[in-house]
Design a protein around this ligand. Sequence first.
Ligand code: NAI
Ligand code: MG
Length: 504
Amino acid sequence: MNIAVSSTIDRVPAALRGWLAKPRPMLINGKWVMAKSGKTFDVHDPATEMKLASVAEGDAADIDEAVRAARRALEEGPWSRLSPAARGRMIHRIGDLILANLDELAQLESLDNGKPFSVARVADVPLSADMFHYMSGWCTKIEGKHIPLSALAAGGQYLSFTRPEPIGVVGQIIPWNFPLLMAAWKLAPALATGCTVVLKVAEETPLSALRLGEILMEAGLPDGVVNIVTGFGETAGAALAAHPDVDKVAFTGSTEVGRLIVQAASRDLKKVSLELGGKSPNIILGDADVDAAIAGATAGIFFNHGQCCNAGSRLFVQEKIFDKVTAGIAANAARIKIGVGMDPETEMGPLVSEVQHGRVKGILKSGLEEGARALTGGSAIGNRGYFVQPTVLVDTKPNMKVVREEIFGPVLVATPFKDADDKLIAAANDTIYGLAAGVWTKDIAKANQIANRLKAGTVWINCYHVFDSALPFGGYKQSGWGREMGQAVLSNYLETKAITTNIS
Ligand code: NAI
Ligand code: MG
């Protein structure tokens, strides 16, 4: 298969090309600044491998400056004096401005990450706006409680209540698979709770967050409330996770780096929340609506080129429909139009980087060498850009790397099962991860019985990839600590203070 990989940057408006042509600075204390070291690094279009832009290469010195700005904004600035309603209006305005810049943000996301513009325009960008809109409503609804005392209060009268307070200065580190949306998932709840932030974006995809930084300023966010640093994980990221004046670190990325974050944060016991990897089971029972299950399992693994922590990457299908379902998914996979993200026909773009391309190719090769069989796909495509064929593997064994490890690419491993019994539940739960799962059946009672036994933070029944700003999302086991989104995420960014007054 050949892929037409022509220039992509000439498909975006001149104003955006002009923006990309200048070295992009970082947002620290309300100012746009280059790194103290003067260093920059290039970001590339993964479809063409061509340079897209250069950005500041922030390191420990810039992180330190950003943390200081965030501390000042928290302790001294106008931010903490804003009424909850005023804070909410400001956060709501950020959502409005994201929508007002819908096309441009979707273009940046497509160029930088490789995903189709058409997808970014209906998914990444509107969902990012929705996250700010949704969280803006929480500002006026973060409440404490009156608590009646019994034991110690016997001799007197006391008035006790809790007061939720912002946890403080938050360090946030995000990945490249949904660059703008991950920034929104992190920033919106931190702002809603009244925290201040230093955000370290992924080195692969820094551009949309920098554009978001301009939007934050336009929305009227006071200086230093959000600081955005571009730079590498081992330098800027590590410095943020270890910074003594950061109260809390929120991380999304690999389980391996999640562990490093915990180590770095342990020195001064800063609070940590983690959203990590997955190897999610998607289970199709024999009585399922087969067409819906095939469509759902296809999207479950191939959406965003498989670069989703919650991808339905381990498919379990009841024996009697195994061949039909896997053939259906393979046929869908073979029809996916692969190409440059800015091409309106494209349904799947390249993987994000040369490193990810190498990783996915390597693990795919190991699976085929160990005896897995590709019903479709099985290799990289083209000689330019980081493209991989959507792949469906059968004849796998539970101990193969393709079955055990998160691939983070468009690769599905499918296994038949006989009955929906304990063995199936054990196989589905046989992973170090516990992020998401799918169940497909017309028997809703059985679906819920299975859902209750799956060790996963999200279970979708007769659907997959259904996200909402109001729904908590996060992992059991090594998929993480804490939850993103919904009311649940607020506790990541709040401390509880109990205040007791002697009123006797
Ligand atoms: P990564 O975990 O290295 O990168 C994520 C973020 O962490 C980036 O901003 C990076 O700069 C930062 N980082 C890296 N090393 C750090 C350190 N020592 N201290 C502080 N921050 C650090 O993920 P990577 O290398 O991009 O991808 C590797 C694998 O991770 C993928 O193949 C995939 O399996 C998994 N992954 C999971 C994601 C998820 O959404 N849960 C997102 C991205 C990757
Ligand atoms: Mg890494």
